[in-house]
Every structure is written in structure tokens, then in C-alpha cells.
Design a protein around this ligand. Structure first.
Ligand code: BTN
Length: 246
């Protein structure tokens, strides 16, 4: 990856704080180790061309083939709504750089036409947040159902440096904004649809009626009551084909 093509005019994510690895088990784990050892502070980006033991939410695996995808972890101050801000920035970067209309599948998957194109993992380490982002970029096939890549959607190879560069600038801008939730709401999948939320305590069904200002999903359940779940409380949200609660 050509680092010089990634950076330009950012205040937080600067070239000096860009750590690039040809091959790593996980950018997320490396970022956390480097925070522990005091090497890495806010504004660092840990980027790998190939990641062979990447982690997703709820102990899922996330691997990436050499040079095909964007796999990176960013270190920032812990502030509210980081996963929403990251998801919004991915959507905006895909729109600006690739002309793709992506959506946020709450809480933090990014999908194009219902197929997952990016996953986001936010973790804490010593008062800092580590934001892991994996974007499928130039894969021509993926070993999972319901997954896609930028290339599979546009039919053209995509430039990873330009996408990362756009993402970093957009994300830095979004971090400074007072209110991102209105923009997040504009890009949500499943709004006003019937959904099933998988929680630690089982499944809950209802109509997705809003997203609260703390990033919580608000649904109207079969009994007619509104109930909400924070991003950390839900594993996944599925759209139900038929209304389930009327
Ligand atoms: C998910 O969809 O469950 C989240 C996937 C997050 C994957 C990224 S790739 C870069 C960073 N390093 C990791 O080990 N995981 C995240």
C-alpha cells in the first residue's frame, strides 16, 4: 500500500501515525498490544495488507486475502456513538469514492443491496477506543452467503488507498460534529420494517420505528409497546419477510 497516497491534510490521522504491515494476525490485536506498550496513542492507524486471524463481533472470524480488502484499526479517544460515526463515515466514503449506495444495518454492518460489504468492531483499551474496520474491496468472490465487495458491486477494480484516504478525512470530520444521528438515520436499513433482534437473552420481534440519540434501536413489539436496545445488547437484526406482529 502506498502510504503517501493515503494522507493529505488530516489533523488527527497523520502519516507519522500510520503503521503498515504486510501480514498480521489481527490489526485490532496489534493496536491493543501497542497501546499497552505505550507506542500507540490517539490518531494511530494500524493497517494490514493481509490479516489471517482477524476478529469480528461476538468472536466471529474475519480473514482477508492479501491486497484484496481494507483491514485497519484506528485509535481514538473514547467518545459516545463511535460505532455509529464509523458506520456513517464508511457509507459516505463508499458513496463519494465508489458511487455506491450503502446502508447501515444496525448496529454496525455496512451492506449494499442487503449484502455485507464492511464490518466494524469497536473495543476499549486503556481509556482509548480501537475501531476495527474491514471492507471487502477487490474480491471477485467471497466464501460467505450474503457478502459482497466493492468490485462485485461496481464491476470495476477499486483503489484501496483512495478509499482509505476518503474514509479517514470523512471520519475525522464526523468526529468533530455535534450531531451525527440525523445523518445516520438517513442511511439505515430496515427502518419501518418488521425485524427480529437477536439479543443475549433471546429473540425479540417488532417494527423498527426509530433510532434514539444514543444509537439505540427502538422497536414496537407485538404487544404494542416501544422497547429499545443499545448496540452492545444486540447481536444482529434480521428483516422479517412478512409482518409478524399484526
Ligand atoms: C464484524 O462484522 O463482526 C466486525 C468485523 C471487523 C473486522 C475488522 S478487520 C480490521 C480489524 N482487525 C480485526 O481483527 N477485526 C477488525
Amino acid at each position: 500500500m502506498d502510504v503517501d497516497r493515503v494522507y493529505g491534510g488530516n489533523e488527527l490521522f497523520t502519516k507519522e501515525k500510520f503503521l503498515f504491515y504486510e501480514r498480521l494476525p489481527s490489526t485490532q490485536d496489534r493496536a491493543k498490544e501497542l497501546i499497552k506498550s505505550g507506542v500507540v496513542k490517539k490518531g494511530y492507524a494500524i493497517v494490514a495488507d493481509e490479516q489471517y486471524r482477524g476478529r469480528g463481533r461476538f468472536s466471529r472470524m474475519w480473514s482477508s486475502r492479501k491486497g484484496k480488502s481494507l483491514t485497519f484499526s484506528l485509535v481514538v479517544e473514547k467518545i459516545p456513538l463511535l460505532s455509529m460515526g464509523t458506520a456513517l463515515s464508511v457509507v459516505e466514503a463508499l458513496r463519494d469514492e465508489c458511487g455506491l449506495w450503502a446502508e447501515i444495518e444496525w448496529p454496525n454492518d455496512i451492506v449494499v443491496s442487503g449484502q455485507k460489504i464492511c464490518g466494524i468492531l469497536v473495543e476499549m483499551q486503556r481509556q482509548l477506543a480501537v475501531i476495527g474496520v474491514g471492507v471487502n474491496v477487490n474480491e471477485t468472490a467471497l466464501p460467505f452467503d450474503n457478502a459482497t465487495s466493492i468490485r462485485m458491486e461496481t464491476g470495476k477494480p477499486a483503489d484501496r488507498e483512495s478509499i482509505l484516504s476518503a474514509f479517514l478525512s470523512i471520519f475525522e470530520g464526523n468526529l468533530k460534529k455535534e450531531n451525527i444521528m440525523d445523518s445516520v438515520r438517513e442511511h439505515l436499513s430496515f427502518m419501518n420494517r418488521y425485524v427480529e433482534i437477536e439479543t443475549e437473552n433471546g429473540k425479540v420481534r417488532g417494527e423498527f420505528i426509530n433510532l434514539g440519540d444514543d444509537g439505540e434501536i427502538i422497536i414496537r413489539t407485538e404487544s404494542g409497546t416501544a422497547t429499545s436496545f443499545l448496540p452492545g445488547e444486540a447481536k444482529r437484526v434480521h428483516k422479517l419477510d412478512a409482518p409478524a406482529c399484526r
